[in-house]
Design a protein around this ligand. Structure first.
Ligand code: OXD
Ligand code: MN
Length: 582
């Protein structure tokens, strides 16, 4: 090992955690196979039916450790104000004291794995190296799927010192001794007491969003919770779209969409994280730093997401799904037929009469994007892909129309900053409660979100993408979804791209530009005109209430809230109170 800075850091953690063995992971197939064999013999992994699900495994996490734990996630900046009002903060010294006390001798009798990984395409100036030290072999095999892992990352690093240092230790999994701490000033992560992906695969939320967002601010780029997809139109024009939705709101489904409209083809560049850089040509260029998907399993099926189903047919790791008698994975919504008997996500016998889900609602599949039939070759492009449109979206049963376009960049930043979505099972806590989730980054922005909004505003420019807001989740008075979603969402993307190409006009409303109902292509679908009108309806009274609520949320940022957003907020209220005569 030539890199002295890396060696010294690994030595210092080994001294603290006192593992029996240290293994430097090279990312090879042999290493992966050996680890999986070891995990299967230890009973930590269950090999699935080899004929039906080749080289695929089931992992069960501890029942108290099945989702991200936002209450135990901390930004440990020197100055509390730099973490902002939406993050939990702990001083770096306090955090180190608490976590080091847990780490001390915590790997005794265990193996410490050193996992170098590269976020972003090989050879790209946008790519970044991280090294995760972990005592969890499940984390190692998952990191090999989710990142470009092993020697490739060491080659990229050379003898450099600029890498994210992540320490993960399973410890005793006690929720009160669980800490996910981020130190933006030293590019360090300390994560103890959880084996759940979002807390333990440090490349993902901890590095590529929380720390990378801080780095992006310093270096003039953006680290975002966005999928990236390419659409080729029937005329042969290719556009790339980046879309920010909160966790478990359909990013993977949209990224892997199979078009319901003939002539449109969708390719997948990324399903969760996007690093956006301004190009010399004035456009924003996007790379997906990851190499795999850590997708929500429940609800995934051959109708909702055929590409995901093909992707997981081999070489997949399933977490907290149920198991059928023939060794297949199962989850709610997989197929219409519910097996009579299953082993549930905890490993207990299950029948329908139990009245509870067999798979955990946040059960996941981990699989390489290379298994995905819609994977774009541009995933490996060193400069990324140019973005034509940015979408913000939430899960809103009421209020937000199917789609609208922001008037300009500043208004688009306001639309993103005031995003609201109903909470999901991806994080611990109540499900279905509306909460402000700016740019879908509430749990992932590593610094004061007031400064984050200001950073977004600096990206205004004539060649920047148009910004839109979408909502697939609006319901009627009987609680039924008004829009079918999934493959039909291409109809909304079509309108968006028609706007990008200036092929269609729009109607100005107080909240933004709306499609004419006749401009949403409803060919070959059952969509009564009154339902489409309901989907596009903007009720001024309810929007005024929403604006008031958002005003109170924005006030939390005090003088860190950019004046431009205050102006946008005032302008929205005026447009809602005094709409221009039609
Ligand atoms: C995820 C999440 O796992 O957002 O991607 O929770
Ligand atoms: Mn996510």
């Amino acid at each position: 090992m030539a890199n002295q800075a890396l060696k010294q850091w690994v030595d210092s953690i080994a001294k603290l955690a006192t593992p029996d063995r240290i293994v430097w992971c090279n990312g090879s197939a042999e290493e992966d196979l050996a680890l999986k064999k070891e995990l299967v013999s230890a009973g930590t992994l269950i090999a699935l039916n080899e004929k039906k699900w080749p080289n695929s495994f089931l992992y069960r996490s501890h029942p108290n450790d099945v989702a991200r734990t936002e209450a135990q996630t901390f930004i440990c900046s020197r100055d509390k104000a730099d973490a902002g009002p939406t993050n939990n903060w702990m001083s770096p010294a306090d955090a180190e004291t608490r976590v080091y006390a847990i780490l001390r001798q915590a790997m005794r009798g265990r193996t410490m794995y050193v996992v170098p990984y590269l976020m972003g395409p090989v050879g790209s100036p946008c790519s970044r190296v991280g090294v995760e030290i972990t005592d969890s072999p499940y984390v190692v095999i998952s990191m090999r799927v989710m990142t470009r892992m092993g020697q490739i990352a060491l080659d990229h690093l050379g003898d450099g010192t600029d890498f994210v240092r992540g320490v993960h230790c399973t410890a005793d999994l006690h929720p009160e001794r669980r800490y996910i701490c981020h130190f933006p000033e030293t590019s360090t992560i300390l994560s103890v007491g959880s084996g759940y992906g979002g807390n333990a695969l440090l490349s993902k939320k901890c590095h590529s969003l929380r720390l990378a967002s801080v780095q992006g601010r310093r270096e003039n780029w953006l680290a975002e919770h966005m999928l990236i997809l390419g659409v080729t139109t029937p005329a042969g024009h290719k556009h790339y779209v980046a879309a920010a939705f909160p966790s478990a709101c359909g990013k993977t489904n949209l990224a892997l969409l199979v078009s319901a409209l003939p002539g449109y083809k969708v390719e997948t560049v990324g399903d969760d994280i996007c690093w956006l850089h301004p190009g010399n040509d004035g456009r924003l260029w996007a790379v997906n730093p990851e190499a795999g998907m850590f997708g929500v399993a429940p609800g995934t099926n051959t109708r909702s997401n055929p590409n995901a189903m093909t992707s997981v047919r081999q070489n997949a790791i399933f977490t907290n799904v149920a198991l059928t008698a023939d060794g297949s994975p199962w989850w709610e919504g997989l197929d219409d037929e519910v097996p009579g008997r299953l082993t549930d996500w905890r490993g207990l016998g299950w029948t329908l009469e139990k009245g509870e889900p067999a798979a955990h609602p946040n059960a996941r599949f981990t699989v390489s994007l290379r298994e995905c039939p819609s994977m774009s070759r541009e995933m490996d492009s060193t400069r990324g892909v140019p973005i034509s449109a940015i979408l913000f979206g939430g899960r809103r049963a009421r209020l937000a129309p199917l789609v609208y376009e922001a008037f300009n960049w500043d208004h688009g930043v306001y639309v993103g900053a005031t995003m609201v979505s109903e909470t999901t099972a991806a994080a611990n806590g109540d499900v279905g409660v509306p909460r402000n989730d700016p740019m879908a980054m509430l749990p992932f922005c590593g610094y004061n979100m007031g400064d984050y909004f200001a950073h977004w505003l600096t990206f205004a420019g004539p060649k920047r993408p148009k910004i839109f807001h979408v909502n697939w989740f609006r319901k009627d008075n009987d609680g039924k979804f008004l829009w079918p979603g999934y493959g039909e969402n291409i109809r909304v993307l079509k309108w968006i791209l028609d706007r990008v190409e200036d092929r269609v006009s729009a109607i100005d409303s107080p909240i933004g530009r709306l499609p004419r109902s006749t401009d949403i292509d409803t060919s070959n679908m059952l969509m009564p005109a009154n339902r489409l009108r309901a989907l596009l309806d903007v009720d001024r009274g309810t929007w005024l209430q929403e604006a008031e609520r958002n005003g109170a949320f924005l006030e939390r940022f005090g003088d860190r809230l950019p004046m431009t957003l205050r102006r946008e907020h005032g302008a929205l209220i005026r447009r809602l109170e005094f709409p221009p005569a039609a």
